[in-house]
Design a protein around this ligand. Structure first.
Ligand code: 8LE
Length: 466
């Protein structure tokens, strides 16, 4: 079974010169279209191998699993695997504080480290990611394979418009596109005036593919339009996104498609999980995200028990590396929210799918007066309202003993002619969300645009608690 799966080894080994038949929609036809039960059986054997590797090379996993009474050799069923305790971000931070800089879950020799990346550290101590040289090659191969699935081909120009720094998103996209023998334009993002220059370079180089965060693509479209350039003139065909919800939020997706005239592809798990593109749509199945289960094992779990929920249900993704030898993550809890299904995919791949993408983080969900509000619902709603100016903010505050939610949205309606917009949008939001909303409008282009990931929620209740 495993033997038929193309290049199925641990540690992973890929022929760096391999490219599929140009007419094949698949990079590895067998792995991608095989009976999912057979694939899962091969993955189960692999999970044991990865766990044995991690147990023998890291104090972190040995201590954690010994305490939980888990032995790699006992993982002979998925039920057993679901008993393996999840890894949390807090544990990783603690491990790195006690064993700087990479923590005691670094499983390879430090001489093998090829790249160091990390979290931005805006919400706490930064975490460092150490990626081995061989792992980097394997990541590039995996991402090339997924890009092939999106319809990107050797010789295509790929424009990467995300931060080239600690952020792994841009580097992962770059590595994959290079391995795919594309022409890569590692443009970056975030410097002063860079978006206007991106417009010039896109118009000049006419790339086929483009990578960024979804909010940045919308920002770019606004800047192009303000310079009198229709973003459709860039001729982009495939735009792939990670980093935040957006590409699977219907109105955001439509806004990007309408602005650029390209196919929008959603992808991305977490930086720790690089190859993070293991959840990704394809050219033939462009909506939602497929879970490329032979690259990373994706489970959608109950957020309390961390047992998988049945297909069709909502839960939180838990991820396990199948090929990483440096800092392998084994049951990493994401704290995100999604729903998964297993059905026939038009592209022929037999992977499960997240039909609505990853629609929010458990900790970003706003709990207000007994209701749960997803910020993406507000975004989706506002983008469908005529006269919406393109950006908004959600402020939650406590007035007396009551929580109050204020949505402040930009509008293109001139001052003095906003009454109907304010009344209708405010009441529309209120009935959608089921909570009282104070709605305010402000002039277009006055709220801050994200150069990276958007931060639209200001929860002032947390400040008052401190
Ligand atoms: C909905 C995956 C990557 C490298 O682009 C990234 O942003 O990794 P990072 O910085 O570790 O952030 C991971 C978090 O971003 C996830 O837990 C999730 O909350 C969010 N995220 C990333 N990609 C998506 C996403 N949320 N859809 C996505 N496609």
């Amino acid at each position: 079974m495993g033997a038929q799966m193309e290049n199925w080894h641990f540690p992973a080994r890929y022929d760096q010169s391999y490219l599929p038949d140009p007419d094949s929609p698949y990079w590895f036809p067998h792995r991608e279209t095989m009976d999912p039960q057979e694939r899962d059986a091969a993955v189960l054997v692999r999970l044991r191998e990865v766990m044995e590797y991690a147990y023998s090379t890291s104090t972190f996993y040995r201590t954690k699993w010994d305490a939980a009474g888990v032995k790699p050799a006992d993982i002979t069923s998925f039920e057993a695997f679901e008993q393996v305790p999840v890894v949390t971000k807090a544990e990783m931070r603690e491990s790195q504080a006690n064993h700087p800089p990479f923590g005691d879950y670094l499983c390879c020799d430090s001489s093998e480290i090829h790249h160091i990346h990390g979290t931005s550290g805006t919400t706490g101590a930064p975490t460092a990611f150490a990626i081995g040289r061989r792992d980097w090659e394997v990541i590039a191969d995996n991402h090339a394979r997924i890009l092939w699935g999106m319809g990107v081909r050797p010789g295509d120009t790929v424009f990467v418009a995300a931060l080239f720094s600690l952020y792994l998103g841009s580097w992962g996209a770059l590595a994959g596109a290079e391995r795919l023998h594309c022409r890569v334009l590692p443009f970056g993002a975030g410097a002063q005036g860079m978006t206007a220059r991106a417009v010039t370079w896109l118009a000049r180089t006419k790339p086929k593919a483009f990578y960024a965060t979804p909010s940045y693509a919308l920002r770019l479209a606004e800047v192009a339009e303000s310079e009198g350039i229709d973003p459709r003139e860039f001729g982009l065909q495939v735009m792939f996104f990670s980093g935040e919800p957006g590409a699977s939020v219907p109105a955001v997706r439509k806004a990007i498609e309408d602005a650029f005239g390209a196919t929008v592809i959603d992808c991305g798990t977490m930086a720790e999980m690089t190859p993070f593109m293991s959840a990704s749509a394809t050219a033939g199945t462009p909506d939602g995200m497929l879970l490329w289960q032979d690259i990373v094992w994706h489970e959608v779990c109950d957020p309390d028990s961390f047992r998988t929920v049945p297909y069709g249900s909502e839960g939180t993704p838990v991820y396990t590396h199948l090929e990483r030898t440096s800092q392998p993550m084994i049951r990493l809890a994401s704290n995100d929210l999604t729903r998964w299904v297993l059905e026939d995919n038009p592209c022929g791949r037999t992977y499960p799918k997240l039909p609505d993408g990853v629609y929010g983080r458990i900790d970003d969900m706003i709990h207000i007066r007994g209701e749960n509000v997803y910020p993406t619902e507000v975004d989706n709603y506002l983008r469908g309202v005529s006269g919406y100016g393109g950006e908004h903010q959600i402020v939650v505050r406590r007035t007396g003993s009551m929580d109050e939610m204020i949505v402040r949205a930009e509008t293109t309606h001139p001052a003095g002619q906003r009454d109907a917009f304010e009344r209708d949008t405010g009441s529309g939001l209120q009935s959608l969300l089921g909570v009282r909303v104070t709605f305010e409008s402000v002039d277009a282009n006055t709220l801050e645009r994200a150069e990276h990931k958007s931060r639209r929620v200001v929860d002032e209740r947390e400040h008052t608690k401190r």
